[in-house]
Design a protein around this ligand. Structure first.
Ligand code: 5AD
Ligand code: SF4
Length: 440
């Protein structure tokens, strides 16, 4: 038996990259690779990268600078760059860092085995095509090993919305949905391997419009209802959504589908109509607020989450105040806020930029409001009984960790539960980033 080669993958950015890294690892498994937790003894290092903000992209080059030193002690080591930086910068990566042997864009992962073989011949391998074939179909089915009870499943990729700040339409390409049957097969396979919760992924997941049986058209809600019938699957989530694609059937499902969890990530980016228009968002602050009213009408306890950008070109203090007002009105359980980062090739990159110090100050003010909301919602859970899906042992002996329906991290001391079980837990304390509970 030949000794397996070792693969080290480092993942940056969003959950879709987490999913893609898993699939790449499986694809290279067929080439005799097993994953290792450290780059030091790896035969292949893959950085699965993010291009969403400048900092994220620059991190890749500093990491490559550090990693290239490993080639001195291991001349057979191959270094690859995957993900959105690979897509956006292509061959430029190899020019900037000649230690890189392989560059593969997010639509070409199924070609990794051939590309790996090429690097073993001492050649460089580059593929950033948008091929016609379905990469997920070509990435051979997962090994049947048990896995963690919560899994991601990509159902849709790409984006046609062209928000003026965003690189995704360029790095991930046009919107495309996977066929229903393949998603259901993958979901059943995950459940057989111990998965209880699936988070459906897409850059614009609620724009999902896959093909169902007999060529019928599916919405995300229809897909969720099909998944609802999968025995053994207990929880369904989806992310990330655009307000304009929150169709009536999807809103309704939040009230009627018991497996659909009461948590919704619905980015709005800004509370100023002037800025929303310049961002090319296609909605107003008011229409977003009315939408949330309808969603809460269907599921009153739903926990809302969002994304915000501060310091978008031409954002004034008045615009920023409108964002604070919107946040105050929504009351988010979670929210992610970012300082605008100029991305080459996007429309907003050409416009007058906001002073960096001013943007930092706004970011701080927004984050402190969000943190207060987050904590007050978390504190409000004390005394309530939630259902926890247990995922792993906690740091202390006997402790178990899991997630509530609302995605709060919950830990229970001396819990007689196994990974994958869902149990009622009474919340007794609210800590900085988690809740403490007792089995009911
Ligand atoms: N600058 C800052 N934040 C950005 N995002 C997307 N593009 C940019 C950018 N150029 C944020 C948005 C998006 C999240 C994934 O990242 O808020 O919803
Ligand atoms: Fe990063 Fe966006 Fe690409 Fe995800 S889709 S990896 S967040 S650039």
């Amino acid at each position: 038996m030949t000794t397996p080669k070792k693969l080290f993958i480092k993942t940056y950015g969003c959950q879709m990259n987490v999913y893609d890294s898993e699939r790449m690892s499986e694809a290279l498994g067929g080439q005799g690779y097993v994953e290792t937790k450290t780059p030091d003894d790896a035969d292949m290092i893959l950085l699965n990268t993010c291009h969403i903000r400048e900092k994220a992209a620059e991190k890749v080059y500093s990491e490559l600078g550090r990693l290239k030193g490993l080639k001195a002690s291991n001349p057979d080591l191959k270094i690859g760059v995957a993900g959105c930086v690979a897509q956006a910068e292509g061959a430029e990566i190899m020019r900037r860092q000649p230690a890189v042997d392989l560059v593969v864009g997010p639509q070409s992962y199924h070609r990794l085995p051939e590309m790996e073989a090429k690097t073993r011949q001492g050649e460089k391998a580059l593929d950033t095509d948008f091929p016609e074939e379905d990469k997920f179909e070509k990435l051979k089915s997962r090994p049947k090993a048990r896995r963690a009870p919560s899994a991601f499943l990509t159902v849709q990729e790409g984006c046609d919305k062209f928000c003026a700040f965003c690189v995704v339409p360029y790095t991930r390409g046009a919107e495309a949905s996977r066929p229903v049957a393949r998603i259901l097969d993958e979901a059943r396979d995950l459940v057989e391997r111990g998965v209880r919760e699936i988070t459906l992924l897409g850059q614009n997941v609620n724009a999902y419009h896959g093909t169902g049986p007999n060529g019928s058209d599916y919405t995300l809600a229809k897909l969720i209802w099909d998944l609802d019938k999968v025995d053994g699957l207990e929880r369904i989530r989806f992310t990330t959504s655009h307000p304009n694609d929150m169709t009536e059937d999807l809103i309704e499902a939040h009230g009627t589908c018991s497996k659909l969890m009461p948590y919704l990530h619905l980015p709005v980016q800004s509370g100023s109509d002037k800025i929303l228009k310049r961002m090319n968002r296609g909605h107003t602050a008011e229409s977003y607020l009315r939408l949330i009213e309808r969603i809460r009408g269907a599921r009153p306890d739903i926990l809302m989450s969002g994304d915000f950008i501060v310091g978008f070109p031409e954002e004034t203090e008045v615009d920023f105040q409108a964002t604070l007002d919107l946040v105050a009105e929504v009351n988010y359980g979670y929210a992610y806020s970012f300082k605008y980062s100029t991305r080459p090739g996007t429309p907003a990159a050409e416009r007058a930029q906001v002073d960096a110090g001013e943007a930092d100050d706004r970011l701080q003010r927004l984050q402190s409001l969000i943190t207060r909301q987050q904590h007050s919602i978390q504190d409000g859970m004390v005394g309530r009984t939630v259902k926890v899906l247990f995922e792993k042992p906690g740091r202390q002996a006997g402790q178990m960790m899991g997630k509530s329906e609302y995605l709060h991290a919950v830990h229970v001391a001396d819990a007689q539960v196994s990974v994958g079980e869902i149990k009622a837990v009474k919340i007794v304390d609210s800590l900085t980033n988690s809740l403490a509970g007792e089995l009911v």
